[in-house]
Design a binder for this molecule. Structure first.
Ligand SMILES: [Zn+2]
Length: 283
């Protein structure tokens, strides 16, 4: 599933292509015909990403909400749009460009209160300047839930998927199985800062790279990673391969219905003695 950086890239691209233009909306496949008819011919004034949710805001106050889910894709081009191929849920044409949306989990027209309600269910998005992560940090450090599941919970932090969750936990030296309440607030704030930086880079380059420069293939004299997800990472989908830092085979386990990847040596699965006593003292 695309992570938040992909949705923020789409929002920026769609703003560039369509914002400020009256657009023709259609649904060649038919499932979005009513929504398309409602908004076609009106001004697309802004676009926005919030976590894994994409919004096209229209001048009358209504918005199109898109969630790509596992299978959603967006294609685009300039000039006259091609004859629709496959299940095109929504086609947007305007300003000399077109885009086709296929296979989303959701594509629907929302009123401002509905957009507000949806945002209200989402946690802090590391890619948004208006994010306020204090509530997320507070929730994580009180929770008995494993860290990997907490980071993937969109109501706590919005936009983080399995790659960023696995990688930021590796970089923090925290095993994905550790309960949130065994992690200090300082550690969670550091992970938040790390997510912000990593995801901003993901938006810039369109790929998830999480390794420090000294662990890049050229620095280590190793072959680059080959994976359809691209990017250089420490643990994600590297099961059984040696940890780039210590050589321990990367472990994988099912956690909260998702795969979790980690280095059993570099990522501590328990409290350090000092942390443990400090937390007992404050409890
Ligand atoms: Zn390691």
């Amino acid at each position: 599933m695309p992570e938040g950086h992909t949705i923020h890239r789409l929002a920026a691209r769609h703003r560039e292509l369509f914002a400020g233009h009256k657009v023709e909306l259609s649904s060649p496949q038919g499932r979005f015909a009513e929504g398309a008819a409602l908004l076609s011919g009106t001004l697309l004034c802004a676009t926005e990403a919030y976590g894994k949710h994409l919004f096209h805001h229209y001048s009358g106050g209504l918005s199109v909400h898109v969630h790509l889910g596992l299978y959603g894709t967006v294609t685009e081009g300039a000039g006259t749009p091609p004859v629709p191929v496959g299940q095109v849920r929504m086609r947007v044409v305007g300003g000399g460009h077109w885009l086709d949306l296929r296979g989303p989990t959701d594509c629907s027209v929302l009123t401002p209160p509905e957009v507000g309600a949806l945002r209200g269910r989402l946690g802090a998005d590391p890619l948004r300047d208006d994010a306020s992560p204090a509530a997320a940090v507070a929730r994580i450090v009180r929770s008995p839930t494993p860290m990997a599941a907490l980071l993937l919970d969109q109501s706590i932090i919005a936009g983080v998927g399995l790659v960023y969750a696995s990688e930021v936990l590796f970089r923090a030296g925290i095993a994905p199985t550790r309960p949130g309440r065994s992690v200090s607030a300082d550690q969670v704030w550091s992970m938040w800062a790390d997510l912000r930086a990593l995801m901003a880079e993901g938006v810039a380059v369109g790929r998830i790279d999480t390794v420090h420069s000294k662990h890049l293939p050229e620095a280590m004299g190793r072959a680059p990673r080959v994976d359809r997800h691209g990017g250089e990472v420490y643990v994600y989908r590297r099961t059984g391969q040696p940890c780039l830092i210590c050589g321990t085979p990367v472990a994988r386990a099912g956690l909260a219905g998702r795969n979790s990847y980690w280095c059993p040596t570099c990522q501590s699965s328990s409290l350090s003695p000092t942390q443990s006593s400090a937390q007992k003292g404050s409890a």
